[in-house]
Design a protein around this ligand. Structure first.
Ligand code: BGC
Length: 733
């Protein structure tokens, strides 16, 4: 298609129509999408041969009415630290989108884990921008290899759900450039995403979707983004301000359906044009960007989709991704379980296993293998009497006192009680088994943040009318374990340990929970995350040793919530936050805990293995504006396994304050057999060591300490590199 010719032939109405989606399909009396359950569509312009295109969520798998594969949530993908896995998962989701006729997959989510209570952290990768950007870039490459457009979201500063449509997020330019925008920058430059989604929140006074500095200056001019920007669904408060600021497409469009006091988006834009508030050149530019992308879509190319993605292949990819993302947090000679060990599984989560989180990041797979079923099918010797009791009791509770509630969204299940054993019953169970496993589950959703725990207030969510229902379901989101859960762990621990037997906690969660206060009660802790539809198989295979855990934490688990540096979360006034100032600035996650000498429960980059690795032969060479880092990792234990080698750099004291250290590179080994070693080569651009000085990126002179570690606090090799001369890099570089 000759885009310039088409633009010259388009009427103003046609142009404006292309900038505004059709409204939410299936809501407000709108017809359903041609791919039922999709989140939105662009408008068809028949006369010019421009088809409508279909947009569907999301980060853990395609979310449409029909079944699609449920993959591990993003924080678990990040825990793999394996770019190849992220690419494969993207490819699989892209394939499903393509075979269902979806043009754009609304993923990946890339906001930073600023605070553990953000209800959408499960959809986001990490507290670190490099890990975020690298995983996202590979994921995007995978999606787009299928001819489906990916969408980096939510650009930017959308680190909480509390008052997400209106809250004004105040972030210094340095923290933006180094932390909150950095991941987006990496993914834009590396993977050339077709689209970016602007966020709901305000950023430094302007809605992200109406923020010209963000969308036009930084994203398009400085980074050279060539795709188009779409708004988050019903974001912002003015259609023409969005178009003016550089938000090319308004989604889902027809904002007045949700906000009746508003004009139709299309009318508002045309009026602004008449009044001279925007120009036709601006509109042409937005149309040009959209058309450039649309001409590559499957709808434009008339791809005849099969409606039959390769579920079998994708289930294997989902399993493989999850099997690399499980993080072993503690292991006092309990895992892997020895062959034939008899195990007693506790916790309702063995039946109601959470594949993922809720909201637009939810999925609708054909099946979810729960933990109990996974253990059974893999032939683990579980206590069937106990299992039957759980099956019966969970069913009964859901039919009677803990019925699903219709209160809001899809988040419908009141939290089930966990502590229903007496001492004698437990003693018998401990007597006839070798190991106790306690499953703890957590879930959260878009639209609402998590709560801290019992005795703490509910998250502020004025749109939820039924507070009673909210208070029943919210415990699934708690940061702290409930008394009831702690009691279960305590009692199981006592019963098993008095008999010299061991206990493992299996954490089926989407984000940080408090662990330090109860971890001594158990011998092993496995962080299973929300691992997608193959959950039970993954849990069983890690326990049996078929999978050797190789995941590492993409976020810090602090000792306690009070240690978390984002003390201003969720903003002021507390009751109904209007403004949240990121006062901790660049000191997010480990950048804070390390710089200010805080003890943590589990540090960034941490994760145990069933084997051990040795690091040796570090060699670093400065070459063409990069550091060439080389070293060897050897498996010196008894199991085949993979290791994630991490490169942290500690900058010298200079003009600009720096965190104690920052992640500058990482690589996962292939599966190393006992005795096998692998040479790791990591290239670090010198520019990535620079700090933002208010105008440019400043690389200060001095001695830089390169620290190679198995985690951010388990450093194996170090070397000093001297940068002799200060250097500046422009934001356009
Ligand atoms: C979410 C987006 C999502 C969109 C479409 C919004 O509420 O914030 O992440 O892509 O809905 O479902």
């Amino acid at each position: 298609m000759d885009i310039e010719r088409v633009i010259s032939e388009m009427t103003l109405d046609e142009k404006v129509n292309l900038l505004v989606g059709i409204g939410t399909p299936g809501e407000f009396g709108n017809p359903p999408s041609r791919v039922r359950g999709a989140a939105g569509e662009t408008r068809e312009i028949k006369r010019l041969g421009i088809p409508s295109t279909v947009h569907a969520d999301g980060p853990a798998g395609l979310r449409i009415e029909k079944n699609a594969t449920a993959f591990p949530v993003a924080v678990m993908i990040a825990s793999t630290w394996n770019r190849e896995i992220a690419r494969k998962v993207g490819e699989a989701m892209g394939e499903e989108a393509k075979e269902y006729g979806v043009d754009f997959l609304l993923a990946p989510g890339m906001n930073i884990h600023r605070n553990p209570l953000c209800g959408r952290n499960f959809e986001y990768y990490s507290e670190d921008p490099l890990l975020t950007g690298e995983m996202a870039a590979s994921f995007v490459e995978g999606v787009q290899s299928q001819g489906v457009g990916a969408c980096l979201k939510h650009f930017a500063g959308n680190e909480q759900e509390t008052n997400r449509y209106t809250v004004d997020t105040i972030i210094s330019e340095r923290a933006l450039r180094e932390i909150y925008l950095k991941g987006f920058e990496i993914a834009v430059k590396k993977a050339k995403p077709w689209t970016v989604m602007s966020a709901y929140n305000k950023l430094n006074g302007y809605h992200a979707s109406q923020n010209e500095w963000l969308l036009t200056k930084v994203l398009k001019e400085e980074w050279g983004f060539e795709g188009f920007v779409m708004s988050d669904w019903y974001a912002g408060d003015s259609a023409f301000q969005q178009i003016k600021a550089g938000n090319d497409l308004i989604m889902p469009g027809e904002s007045q359906q949700r906000y009746p006091e508003r004009k139709r988006d299309i009318e508002e834009i045309k009026e602004a044009l008449e009044k001279g508030l925007i120009t036709e050149e601006i509109i042409n530019e937005r149309v040009r960007r959209i058309l450039k992308v649309l001409t590559n879509t499957i709808s434009f190319k008339k791809y005849s989709h099969s409606d039959k993605p390769d579920f079998e292949k994708n289930a294997k990819i989902s399993y493989e991704a999850a099997s690399e993302g499980v993080v072993l947090l503690k292991n006092e000679r309990v895992l892997p379980l020895y062959k034939g060990a008899k195990i007693a599984v506790f916790g309702t989560g063995q039946i109601e296993t959470f594949k993922g989180g809720l909201g637009s990041g939810n999925t609708n797979p054909k099946y979810v293998v729960n933990i109990l079923e996974g253990f059974r099918k893999r032939g683990l010797k579980i206590d069937e009497e106990l299992a039957a009791k759980y099956e019966e009791k969970v069913k009964e509770m859901r039919e009677e006192k803990y019925k699903p509630t219709e209160a809001f969204g899809t988040w419908l299940f009141p939290k089930l009680p966990e502590d229903w054993f007496d001492e004698k019953g437990l003693e018998e169970i401990a007597e006839r088994n070798d190991t106790g496993i306690v499953v703890i589950t957590r879930s959260s959703s878009e639209g609402i943040d998590r709560a801290l725990g019992e005795g703490h207030p509910l998250p502020y969510a004025n749109w939820v009318k039924d507070k009673e229902a909210l208070s029943q379901v919210i415990p699934y989101s708690y940061y702290y374990l409930t008394e009831d859960e702690k009691n279960l762990i305590k009692k199981v621990s006592e019963a098993f340990r008095t008999k010299g037997k061991k206990v493992v906690a299996l954490l089926n969660v989407g984000g940080v929970i408090e662990i330090a206060s109860w971890r001594d009660l158990v011998d092993g802790i496995l962080l299973l995350w929300q691992p997608g539809q193959e959950a039970g198989y993954v849990a069983a295979d890690v326990c049996s040793g078929k999978i050797n855990p190789s995941g590492k934490l993409p976020i810090t688990f602090p000792m306690d919530y009070k240690d978390v540096p984002s003390w201003t979360y969720p903003g002021e006034p507390k009751e109904n936050p209007e403004r949240v100032v990121y006062e901790e600035d660049i000191y997010v996650g480990y950048r804070y805990y390390d710089t200010f000498g805080k003890e943590v429960a589990y540090e960034f980059g941490f994760g145990l293995s069933y084997t051990e690795f040795k690091y040796r032969d570090l060699r670093i060479e400065k070459k063409d504006e990069t550091l060439q880092v080389e070293f060897e990792v050897k498996n010196v234990g008894n199991y085949p396994g993979k290791e994630v080698a991490q490169v942290y750099i500690k900058a010298p004291k200079g003009k600009i304050d720096k965190p104690y250290q920052e992640l500058k590179g990482f690589e996962k080994t292939h599966l190393l057999n006992p005795g096998e070693s692998q040479k790791i080569k990591i290239e670090i651009p010198l520019k990535s060591l620079a700090s933002f000085d208010g105008k440019d990126w400043l690389l200060e002179r001095g001695k830089y300490l390169v620290r190679i570690g198995s985690s951010s606090r388990d450093i194996k090799l170090t070397e000093i590199i001297e940068i002799e001369e200060e250097n500046k890099y422009s934001v356009f570089d």
